[in-house]
Design a protein around this ligand. Structure first.
Ligand code: PEP
Length: 249
C-alpha cells in the first residue's frame, strides 16, 4: 500500500517571517497527521526556520533544487550535505521551471538525482509535457524520454526512494488542471515505465504525484485515481487553509 504524499512547493516566495507564519499555520492544522505524508519545500533561505517549526511533527522538509557536488568552488550553489544537515528529506529535481528557465537537461537532472540518493535524500523527480506536445499527441514520448534519461543508472532499490511527479507544463500555475482521467492515464503509463525498467515490485512501491493547479476543489477527484499517490502543490501551498484542505481531502 503506497502512502500518499502531498508536497508544497513554495517556489521563490516567502521571506523568513512569512515562512514562519505559513509553516506555523500549517503545523497547527496538520501536526497530528501522518497519513498522507506532508512535505514543505520552502526557499533555501527559510529551510532552517521552517525545520525548527515542524520539528517533532510528522511533517517533512524538502528543498526545491540542489547541486550534485559535495562542496567546493560552485558559487551560489547548495550541496546535498548542506540540505541533509538542515533536516531535509526530499529534494524537488527537474522541475519544469528549472528545465525551462535555467536550462537543466535530463543529464543534469540525472546527476542531481544520483547525488541526492547517494547522500540519503529522496528526489521528487518532475516530468511533464508542454501544451504543444500534448496537442501533437506525443505526451507519452516526452514523458518516457524524460523518465528514462533522468533515471538512467538508478538501481532497483534506489528507485523505491524516488517520488515521481507528473506535472504537465500547461497546467502549472495556469489554473488549468488535467482532468482526473487525463492525469490517471499518464500516471498508469509512468507506472508501466517503472515496471519495464525496474520491475513490478518497484512499480507497485514508487509513489507518483500529480502537479499542476491542484486546489481544494479539484484535489479530491485527482487523488481518487488509482495511480495518483499524492500531489505536488505550487500556488495553493502558499495559503495554509487551501494547502491543509488539499492534505485532508
Ligand atoms: C508546481 O510548480 O510544482 C506546481 C504544481 O504549481 P501550481 O500548483 O501553482 O500549478
Amino acid at each position: 500500500m503506497r502512502k500518499r504524499i502531498i508536497a508544497g512547493n513554495w517556489k521563490m516566495n516567502e521571506t523568513i517571517d512569512e515562512s514562519v507564519a505559513l509553516a506555523s499555520a500549517i503545523k497547527s492544522s496538520l501536526f497530528e497527521i501522518d497519513d498522507p505524508e506532508v512535505v514543505l519545500c520552502p526557499p533555501f533561505t527559510s529551510i532552517a526556520r521552517v525545520g525548527e517549526i515542524i520539528y517533532g511533527t510528522a511533517i517533512e522538509l524538502g528543498a526545491q533544487n540542489m547541486y550534485w557536488e559535495q562542496s567546493g568552488a560552485y558559487t551560489g550553489e547548495i550541496s546535498p550535505p548542506m540540505l541533509k544537515a538542515l533536516g531535509c528529506r526530499y529534494v524537488i529535481l527537474g522541475h519544469s521551471e528549472r528545465r525551462g528557465l535555467f536550462g537543466e537537461t535530463d543529464a543534469v537532472v540525472n546527476r542531481k538525482i544520483k547525488a541526492c540518493l547517494e547522500n540519503g535524500l529522496s528526489p521528487i523527480v518532475c516530468v511533464g509535457e508542454t501544451l504543444e506536445k500534448r496537442e501533437a499527441g506525443v505526451t507519452r514520448e516526452i514523458v518516457s524520454k524524460q523518465f528514462t534519461r533522468s533515471l538512467a543508472g538508478i538501481s532497483g532499490e534506489d528507485i523505491k526512494r524516488c517520488v515521481i511527479a507528473y506535472e504537465p507544463i500547461w497546467a502549472i500555475g495556469t489554473g488549468r488542471t488535467a482532468t482526473p482521467v487525463q492525469a490517471q492515464e499518464v500516471h498508469a503509463f509512468i507506472r508501466s515505465l517503472i515496471a519495464e525498467s525496474f520491475g513490478r515490485e518497484a512499480a507497485d512501491e514508487v509513489r507518483i504525484q500529480y502537479g499542476g493547479s491542484v486546489n481544494p476543489d479539484n484535489a479530491g477527484g485527482i487523488l481518487s485515481q488509482p495511480d495518483i499517490d499524492g500531489a505536488l502543490v505550487g500556488g495553493a501551498s502558499l495559503k495554509a487553509e487551501s494547502f491543509c484542505r488539499i492534505v485532508l481531502s
